[in-house]
Design a protein around this ligand. Sequence first.
Ligand code: GAL
Length: 995
Amino acid sequence: MTVEKAGQPLELSNPGPSTGVLEPRARLSTSARQLQLNGSWQFRWVEKVLDPNLSPSARSAERWGVIAVPASYVMPAHDESLQGAAHGNPSYTNVKFPFPIDPPFPPELNPAGEYLRTVSWENPPKRALLRFEGIEGAADIWWNGKFLGSTRGSRLPSEFELNGLIEESNQLEVRVYQFSAASYLEDQDEWWAPGIIRDVLLIERPDFAIRDVQVVAGFKGEKGQLRVSVELDSLADTEPTLEITLVEKDLPVHQDAQMEVTGVEPWNQEAPNLYTIRVSTGTAEQGGETVEVRVGFRTIEIIDGVFTVNGKPISLRGVNLHEHHPKWGRHVPKAVMQKDLALMKQHNVNAIRTAHYPPHPDMLDLADEWGFWVIDECDFETHGFEYASWRANPTDDPDWEEAIVDRMKRMVIRDRNHPSVIMWSLGNEAGVGQNLAAMAKAARSLDNTRPLHYEGDQECKDVDVWSQMYPAHESVEAIGQRIEPALADQELDARRRQMPYVLCEYAHAMGTGPGGLTEYQELFDKYPRIMGGFIWEWLEHGIDLIQDGQVTTAYGGDFGELVHDANFVIDGLVSSAREPRAQLKDLAAVFTPVIIQFEANGTQVRLKNRRDFEDSADLETRWSIETGTGVMASGVLAHEPILAQGFALLDLPQAAREPIENADSILKIEIAQKHESAWAEADWVLATETKKLSGSTKPSWGRPASGLSENATSETAWSLRDLLSVDESTGRVLRLGSNPILNWGLDLWRAPTDNDLRVSTNEPKEPAVAKRWELLGLANPFSRLISLNWSHNDSELEVVTRVGFASVDSSVECIWKWSGQGSDLLLNLTVTPSGSWPIEWSSHWARVAISFEISGSEQDEISWFGRGPSPAYPDNGQAANWGWFGKQVADLQERTVRPQESGRRAEVSWFQKNHAFGVASPLGMGVTIRPWSPKVVAATSHDHLLQSDQNLHVALEIACSGVGTAACGPGVLKEYRLPAQVVTGQFAFFGLKEI
Ligand code: GAL
């Protein structure tokens, strides 16, 4: 390894760790004077630094602009303050390095951002630290022209000593290189987004300064187990008096002594009881410092392959959390981070994996306080070496050991006082090699209370928990049953069989989907060995880009990158602006803390408390009976608190058992929080279930409760030729009543979702489903009329068509049987496969639908009865409940950053446009109404480019394929696939004429 030249920047190709920095320590809340240096800094960007030994200002007096700190400097949001000066661009790659695999060398064309600011401090202290919570890239730091050191490790703090160097006015200069040897260790799937990305602080060091505090707080036999270690950084010869107190108990604590504490409540994710340890070396006047650490008492043990906290198995219903902001890049303002965690709490998320680096420390403070189980992951990923078959992977190269171990140490030391952190992760997708063992050893020597995690080594040599990403459901089940296939090495196999199992990533929340969540959750609930998992991922990494005065969302490739991975970075439960996507609502339903089940007897409801520790005393169970005109009756279902993991069988009150006379009704049960919490108002609903109440004397799920058409039904009878006009040469519908219809036809295709477009891991040899549809030509059906017969005095019409596709002999035969009933137009459609459909494929069709266009606009009001208000496909839509809903066409759209099929409403009994034209289906149908055709949607790259035409594009589905999660992982599960088969549907068109 090359050695640093004293007082000079570290070579960018040096694989070693930072230089000039102080030993790592925890972030402590201190009484010492501090100066926050966030704000406006001077800035300029250079394509290539010519003399790295010269500080930015010494090098030249080129023009400086102004930039916000913290932020990634490449973000377009800085264009304004930098007045058009170049500042680089974000670039997105998933696995690939955007430069040659040539370790440890960064590319020669290596841009840098240069920062400069004046720091004024009245009565400057003799001793102080300069602390950077995170600088992405490799940074060289100068203070009043003196070189302090070079940082590596983007999402980790670095501290520099400024003893005797602080004047009343000082100059701080930071040069951030985009790439260095360290880039090979930070190949996470995200934007390359360098800059000073976290807070910058000056912290005074008093004479009796406290350097670091480590608190180990366990909980055993109903007692807290406490050990506090303190390191001083004292100037004076005399030792200060050190006082350590457990504040809430007013209990003096002895340094480095193992103590038992009675009368404390343990910490867990559901009841995050926190206490304060205060460490003091005296008052400021005495030259002392007082710091506080918040602690939670809890003990983690793995017992017979089950991960327990305070003696109880825990279940993780988690998400992977990256740090991203659409304007500031890797800097997430604190209020936004709080919003992230509040949204998680509101949607029943109880765990976070900090993918793939330690988060801003404020996030862990909040996780301690609000209660989350956290896997804290080291800033370490070398995934791009996969493209070199892992040759020269730093993970297995001794030259890199020091830097890699340094990252692990810095994370553990910074975060080990946080009770929310229950596992350390060595990193992500960094292959295997000897440096993993060194990391594990370092972590264990610094903290032996937490198990280790790393997914990249399936032999689990260096870890305590077995982790996988995107496994198939069957394989998770086998692991739950402890019958997984054996490892070649018997010893390692035996060891792994004793480990708990976690899915560090599953269910890729990209675009429309993911499907199959319920089936995963059932496995997690069933097998104690399975800890649960973390959805990939919390948020989309879209970037705000102003184009023609409009804010648009950019993804990979939009900044002219040479290599990129397009919209694979748009795969979250919330948008980059933190708007919940439909999948978040579905997730909340799957992650519900209380499972609601209606008993078959119709008189009872069963509630299961899924929590691991706490009873349900803070929750209230409510019922209501609703009809198309509103809530008819409601009440609270009073019951004793349900114990953790317990259940209750509750009798429904009489009024909740029966439908309202002469009306269709639904029974709704909701679980709401009784009191306001830090993340949601009182009454926030955590779980909902509905059921249709049958037995109404006039069951009319097929019709709206009121409206023009109902009057019409009773008063007017129309002839079939009044109701329907078809093109007799093709059988296509031209008019439904007075409504002109365009492009009527059978549709087996949809605009591919991100999941449809990829080969799934459970069918790796079959083409992606969208590819199958393409090979079959489904997007372009050719319909040929076989026969058209009016009969029974023109009161019935039968149309037979053959629908085929270019260059294949796969086809379907459609029999369209039309008749009238009062003012309703009835259609029975039978679709029968003909010709040959590839038998080697498990599915062929996206859907079986009637598609057509009808005039209308985005402001048209659609009302419906069915599942809603959120969308649903056969394998998702867990949040969609029975009910009567109304939305404008614009609001029916689930916008996706890359346009694709979305916004389907499921099991729709009827819908109506502007309380006039409507369609009913006694068996329920899938309905999609969009202001764009599926072909336009499929051909459009970004949401803002979609232009609505004058028509509404309607699809009435009789059958539909699930969506799966093949964008990364298994595709559609067998029961939700759609192979070629006979399908029949019934529809009633109503509201066809003005009366
Ligand atoms: C995983 C990886 C994540 C992300 C995901 C796909 O392999 O750990 O960082 O790339 O796939 O979105």
